[in-house]
Ligand binder design. Sequence first.
Ligand code: ATP
Ligand code: MG
Ligand code: MG
Length: 361
Amino acid sequence: MKVLFVGDGQLGQMLGASGISHGHECLLYSTRTQEVKPLSAHVSLPWSLADAIEWADVVSWEHEAIPADVIAAAHDKFLMDPARIKSLTDRRAEKKLFDDCRVGTSPWQSYGTVSELEKLLSKAEQPLVLKAARGGYDGKGQWRFRPGDDVSALAAEAGKEPGIAEHMIPFHKEVSLVGARGKDGSVCCYPLITNVHTQGILSYSLGGIDDVPDALQQQAEEAFHRLTTALNYVGVFAIEFFVVGEGKDAALLINEVAPRVHNSGHWTMSGANCSQFDLHMRALTGMPFPQLHIEPTLMLNVIGAQQIPVGLWHHQDAQCHWYNKEPRPGRKVGHVNIRTANLATAKTWVKQWRERLQVLA
Ligand code: ATP
Ligand code: MG
Ligand code: MG
């Protein structure tokens, strides 16, 4: 099959590598430089976007900000409505989808102007998180508010752009569900992944390590089913949750979704018989999903570091991925998957390597 991916970052490259290993031909379209880039040596250049769309059997994406010209030119090459996916780049549409699908999320309100936000904050009786409606990632475009804080200063800053104000959730931990939905509506999900963030950036994920109660897995898969069915979604889809309460009282609240492959699913490249990228290719090409087999794996992000230490490249339990990006503090430039026997070993790895691999802002 011939597949065109919108986006040429690390997710696009990992999708393309998986596509090629399945015998497909893949092109990436950079929405930054508007260049078409081949991943298979036998696909020659140069290509215009129109040529690439004409060539492709199917168009998919590594990020949801699909440009309007691609949506218009390639509408019959997408396996679902790309405008619905693009709408998820706005947190107001995303939260509305959660409410429409009756999946629990932090109570929220939207604001459009500084004075609207000021009014909202003056009435607030609980801590809030303010999030710009568009463009936020890695915790950027967010502000925290507690009753008693200076309302006008915060409103002047955060209200420059429309956004949402949601209750701050005193969560016990954060987890994500990564899975895929096929053209025939079949679904295949990995076990819930535990995620730890530092300064709003994903620091590490525990795949198949942390004990997750069956009830939470079921609740997460139910949310996955509702959301992907409502979107008529095809491909890999990720949901970030807050776990509130512990033990028997634990429940999930949705934080946000990513209609694509997700950083918290990178551990599947070495911790599963079918990686999230392979799962996405199967969904796109109509191949059946496999029975998943999971090996406990820690995924440590490489953030802002100049390199991955040689000791990790050589370690028998580590699999290193370097994205060939210019390192800057707070920028994700690679990740390391580490086979771990249990949670205690995973924590030892984190303690030993996190600081050397992560330079935050
Ligand atoms: P990503 O890189 O995952 O797309 P993002 O910039 O879109 O991140 P969120 O996932 O919304 O941002 O928030 C980043 C982190 O901030 C969350 O993982 C969580 O730790 C914290 N956070 C966000 N919203 C809330 C909330 N309502 N209550 C408590 N903590 C929150
Ligand atoms: Mg996000
Ligand atoms: Mg997030």
